[in-house]
Design a protein around this ligand. Structure first.
Ligand SMILES: CC(C)(COP(=O)(O)OP(=O)(O)OC[C@H]1O[C@@H](n2cnc3c(N)ncnc32)[C@H](O)[C@@H]1OP(=O)(O)O)[C@@H](O)C(=O)NCCC(=O)NCCS
Length: 180
C-alpha cells in the first residue's frame, strides 16, 4: 500500500532552475559534499559525515524504507547535485507526508528550495491521495521556518524528538499544510 502510493509519484521533474530525480546509490560521492558541511547538518538530526561509506549507508536506508523517498536536486546549468529533499515518512491513517530537505550552503537564500518544494507538493497532490504535508523543524532554524511559512505551512504543535548526537529528547516544532 505504502509502496503503491509512492510509486505513483513521478521519479523526476524539473523546475525553472533545477532538474530533480530519485536519489540512487551512485549519488553518494556528490551527496557527501552536502552532508559533510556541519552548517548544513546542524538542524537535520544526522551526524556530519566524513566518508563516502556514511553517505552510502544513509542512501541505502532511504532506498529500503517503504514509507519514504528522496530526490536529488541538480543545478540545471552545471549538472551539479546541490541538495536533496523528499518524503521522510508517510502516515497512511491521515494520508500525511512528512518532508525533509537540505541545500548546499552556497545556494541558500536564493529561493531554490521554495521553487523545488512548491513543484514537488503540487506533483504529489496531483498523483497521489496524500492530503497533508508536515515538517519538523528545530526552533532555531529560522531559514527553514521562513521557507515553510512561505510555502503555506502553519505551526501546529511542539513535539519531542530524540537528538541523535546527544541521545536526549529535544523540543521540535511541527508545521503542516493541507491541500492548497
Ligand atoms: C532550509 C533551507 C533548505 C532553505 O533553503 P533556501 O533555498 O535558502 O530557501 P529560500 O531561499 O527559498 O527561503 C528561505 C527564506 O528564509 C530566509 N532566511 C534565510 N536565513 C534566515 C535566517 N537566518 N533568519 C531568518 N530568515 C532567514 C530567507 O531570506 C528566505 O526568505 P525570503 O524569501 O522571504 O527572503 C537551507 O537553509 C538549508 O539547506 N539549511 C540546512 C539544512 C536544513 O536546515 N534543512 C531543514 C531541516 S528542517
Amino acid at each position: 500500500m505504502l509502496v503503491d502510493i509512492l510509486r505513483k509519484i513521478p521519479t523526476e521533474f524539473e523546475t525553472t532552475r533545477t532538474q530533480n530525480r530519485r536519489m540512487t546509490f551512485d549519488d553518494a560521492d556528490q551527496m557527501l559534499q552536502v552532508w559533510s558541511d556541519e552548517d548544513v547538518t546542524r538542524f537535520m538530526n544526522i551526524e556530519t559525515f566524513s566518508t563516502v561509506e556514511q553517505a552510502r549507508e544513509i542512501i541505502l536506508a532511504i532506498l529500503q524504507e517503504k514509507a519514504a523517498n528522496r530526490y536529488v536536486i541538480m543545478d540545471k546549468t552545471s549538472g551539479e547535485i546541490i541538495g536533496s529533499f523528499g518524503i521522510n515518512e508517510l502516515y497512511i491513517d491521515t494520508m500525511t507526508a512528512e518532508v525533509g530537505y537540505e541545500l548546499k550552503k552556497k545556494y541558500w537564500g536564493s529561493g531554490i528550495m521554495s521553487e523545488v518544494l512548491q513543484a514537488f507538493m503540487q506533483i504529489v497532490q496531483s498523483t497521489s491521495n496524500i492530503l497533508i504535508f508536515t515538517a519538523k523543524v528545530a526552533p532555531e532554524n529560522e531559514a527553514s521556518i521562513r521557507l515553510l511559512e512561505k510555502l503555506g505551512f502553519h505551526f501546529e504543535k511542539t513535539v519531542s524528538e530524540l537528538d541523535m548526537s546527544t541521545k536526549t529528547l529535544k523540543a521540535i516544532k511541527q508545521y503542516s499544510r493541507g491541500i492548497i
